[in-house]
Design a protein around this ligand. Structure first.
Ligand code: NDP
Length: 253
């Protein structure tokens, strides 16, 4: 396991789901972990009784909030060494039902959010000549997800961002990688079951079966299966892994 004592990690969307699993694993390895989100109660509950987790209200769609939030985190726990750009929203809507407002909301959270967060954290890592940037993409970043053009485009964008940054910073001690999960058992998936169910006549069991059925192991993934990959990416064995995508999806079709 990676030893991260005295390293400061920042995990956006760290109060729930995949982000919380990653934050807990980082803290167990010794890091001081700033967990961010928009809901105070969710962050406080996540941090309660968990040494090393530090809640921070920060809206990743808001440039000033990201700049101020990360400055405050840095002042409290030191320069950021590990940046996990994980915050995201997901909703499937056909193109005909995709308003410009909905499109922009998805892009603002999933793509602008990753860009703003990484831009703000990166100078610390370059100054230290060591850093790990991990962005949460999706299998929808690697292929077209049916009925979700905005989400799919945003997650493809995250991978493009990571690939370009890895090229720009070759030769430094900073690596940039994206994780591409299939369906993971988190609050996002619970909400998506409802939106799929609405498309197919309200049957939640059928909606869940569609998600589970797309995984060849016929189950939702656990958040800890995603945090395991993140922990490998921050550990010593992955220092030559850069600009890559790691698909964890049970062979999702
Ligand atoms: P969650 O809903 O549990 O996590 C999403 C997190 O993002 C929440 O903690 C939420 O906190 C935060 N967030 C959303 N909008 C904003 C915002 N504007 N500013 C700051 N934080 C925000 O679901 P997951 O853990 O599943 O999702 C984590 C990531 O994994 C997402 O990027 C998602 O797209 C990706 N993913 C998930 C998959 C899955 O099946 N679960 C599959 C593939 C990818 P708050 O609302 O308090 O702000």
């Amino acid at each position: 396991m990676a030893t991260l004592t005295a390293k400061h990690a920042l995990v956006t969307g760290g109060g729930s789901g995949i982000g919380l699993a990653i934050a807990r694993a980082l803290a167990e390895a010794g890091a001081e972990v700033t967990i961010t989100g928009r809901r105070r109660e969710v962050l406080d509950e996540a941090a309660q009784g968990q040494p090393g987790l530090h809640p921070l209200i920060m809206d990743v769609t808001d440039e000033a909030s990201v700049a101020e939030g990360i400055a405050a985190a840095r002042a409290a726990h030191g320069p950021i060494a590990i940046c996990v750009a994980n915050a995201g929203i997901a909703e499937g809507r056909s193109l005909a039902k995709t308003s410009l407002e909905f499109w922009r909301q998805i892009m603002a959270t999933n793509l602008d959010g990753a860009f703003l967060t990484i831009r703000e954290c990166l100078p610390d890592m370059l100054a230290a000549d060591w850093g790990r940037v991990i962005a949460m993409s999706s299998v929808a970043g690697l292929k077209g997800l049916k009925g979700a053009p905005a989400y799919t485009a945003s997650k493809h964008g995250v991978i493009g961002l990571i690939r370009s940054l890895s090229e720009d910073h070759l030769g430094t001690g900073v690596t940039f990688n994206a994780i591409c999960p299939g369906y993971v058992d988190t609050p996002i998936v619970a909400r998506n079951i409802d939106s799929i169910a609405a498309r197919i006549g309200g049957d939640r069991d059928k909606a869940l079966a569609i998600m589970v059925g797309s995984n060849r192991h016929k189950r939702l993934l656990e958040p800890e299966e995603i945090s395991a990959a993140a922990m490998w990416l921050v550990g010593p064995g992955s220092q030559s892994v850069n600009g890559q995508t790691i698909e964890i999806a049970g062979g999702q079709m």
